[in-house]
Design a protein around this ligand. Structure first.
Ligand SMILES: [Zn+2]
Length: 174
């Protein structure tokens, strides 16, 4: 099996699992050395051919596998020879973390720059403007809307943002 060191990393296992799902995981978790056909994988791993193909296609869409087609001169049948390209995993993961970091930073800014009101009965949160439009009464149940402190949420988000930046080696001053 190829890429054994990479596949020992639980973060990478989780990433692959999220991509291909439980049925595709046997395919994703056992990349062979060199080229392989979908039929060979199905037989070796004792899986349905469709599940193997589905997993391979997802890996292909994520730049983690490539194929070349061979046509049998006699039968005209096409054979797909697959190569796993897990050397791209670290870069994919970094991109995913950057997307997550972007989303978190936007969310943190939104939380920091808005005031919120809460209906404690319905657990619905309103922005200040909305709460004012409703006369600070819950439109669902009529309870008074209470000013809500989101400082702890903001602090937790800032901590997570710092962690992500550290993992991505992003200079805080940059
Ligand atoms: Zn309510």
């Amino acid at each position: 099996m190829a890429f054994e060191d990479l596949l020992e990393d639980p973060v990478i296992q989780k990433y692959l699992h999220e991509l291909v799902g439980p049925k595709g995981m046997p395919v994703a978790a056992a990349p062979p050395d060199g080229e392989v056909t979908d039929e060979e994988l199905a037989e070796t791993l004792d899986l349905e051919l469709n599940d193997v193909r589905r997993a391979l296609f997802i890996l292909y869409e994520n730049d983690l596998a490539s194929y070349r087609r061979l046509r049998d001169e006699d039968s005209g049948w096409l054979t797909y020879l697959w190569t796993f390209e897990y050397e791209n995993i670290p870069e994919n993961l970094a991109e995913e973390m950057e997307r997550l970091l972007d989303a978190l930073e936007n969310r943190e800014e939104y939380e920091r720059n808005h005031e919120f009101y809460l209906c404690e009965v319905c657990s619905i949160r309103f922005e200040f403007g909305e709460a004012m439009d409703f006369g600070f009464e819950c439109p669902e149940c009529g309870s008074p809307l209470e000013s809500m402190d989101n400082d702890r949420l903001v602090v937790a988000m800032e901590r997570r943002i710092d962690e992500l930046r550290t993992e991505l080696n992003i200079d805080i001053e940059a």
